[in-house]
Design a protein around this ligand. Structure first.
Ligand SMILES: Nc1ncnc2c1ncn2[C@@H]1O[C@H](COP(=O)(O)OP(=O)(O)O)[C@@H](O)[C@H]1O
Ligand SMILES: [Mg+2]
Length: 295
């Protein structure tokens, strides 16, 4: 019999080691996820429709709704992380202690993990292919001590690519996804893809949110439907998916995001903030119903 070369032996030892590391990581990931009651991902077919804005405001809405210090956000947009800026946490870092890595803690005790905390500057691009992105997400879920949480909201980049797929595969027990769209017809085409993607992966859909839905002119009080209106509701009906609500365009949403103030806390009485609170209640009702069915 021919002897194995040193190189071959080294390669197979490395393969065994990396398999063991992966198994250990997946074990830690499952243990971590068991401590989080509900995981909700925010997805869309298109970019710029307000996923990150919705994630931040839904997370804050949950915190305001009785779950302060019990909500987390995983910014799973590896190449375009923006949650740290939206919560004025840009200069903070993930804490490394002898007991582990800890999320950055923001307003109302919200625990945040983002690639943004690991990059040396805003201009540093992350130029990674799929497997590296998946590995980063796996580490965020396994190596970070998230602790006990009621809700973990996961902000994803647009579309149905590497990050959403990784998240769905790594957290198969996810409670469901929230799909964000704007009312225009162009956006409706891609919403269908997001719905089909979730259904193919057997991910429950909480429903569709129509963001940027109409604008009330501050000068004359007239409603102007910049991106049309009702498209989200229409597509929800067409696809037999719940409709969660409409968030109007509000220039303060944009300026609050830019200055890192959670809009829902800064403008609690605005129609958009009320819409966010109603959506959170709908998600909670849907979770309660599911729990009753399981019993
Ligand atoms: N309802 C809204 N009214 C006004 N501005 C909004 C609204 N929703 C989102 N924005 C702004 O639109 C831009 C894109 O939103 P963002 O959440 O980053 O989208 P995505 O995560 O889908 O790419 C941001 O500048 C944000 O402040
Ligand atoms: Mg985003």
């Amino acid at each position: 019999m021919r002897k194995k070369s040193n190189q071959t032996t080294k390669t197979s030892t490395n393969q065994v080691k990396s398999r063991e590391t992966l198994q250990l990581q997946m074990k830690k990931l499952r243990e971590n996820m068991k401590k989080i009651d509900h995981k909700v991902a925010v997805i869309s077919g298109k970019g710029g429709v307000g996923k990150s804005t919705v994630t931040v405001n839904l997370a804050m809405a949950f915190a305001l709704h009785g779950y302060a210090n019990s909500v987390g956000i995983l910014d799973a947009d590896i190449t375009g992380p923006c949650i740290p800026k939206m919560l004025a946490l840009k200069d903070r870092q993930i804490q490394s202690t002898s007991e582990g890595l800890y999320p950055v803690v923001g307003p109302l005790g919200i625990r945040v993990v983002s690639m943004g905390f690991l990059l040396p500057s805003d201009e540093t691009p992350v130029i990674w292919r799929g497997p590296l992105k998946m590995s980063a997400i796996r580490q965020f879920l396994s190596d970070i001590a998230w602790g006990e949480l009621k809700f973990l909201l996961i902000d994803l980049p647009p579309g149905t690519g590497d990050e959403p797929l990784s998240i769905m595969q790594l957290i198969p027990e996810m409670d469901g996804v929230v799909i964000v769209t704007i009312p225009s017809e162009v956006s409706q085409v891609v919403v269908k893809k997001a719905v089909t993607f979730s259904r193919k992966l057997k991910m429950p859909i909480f429903g569709i949110i129509e963001n940027m839905s109409g604008f009330i002119c501050p000068e004359c009080g007239k409603k102007i439907n910049i991106f049309k209106t009702g498209g989200g509701e229409k597509i929800a009906q067409e696809l037999n998916t719940p409709f969660l609500g409409k968030i109007p365009i509000d220039p303060e949403i944009c300026s609050d995001s830019d200055s890192g103030k959670p809009f829902i806390m800064n403008h609690p009485d605005s129609p958009s903030s009320k819409a966010f609170m109603e959506i959170v209640q709908k998600i909670e009702t849907s979770l309660k119903k599911k729990a009753e069915v399981k019993r």
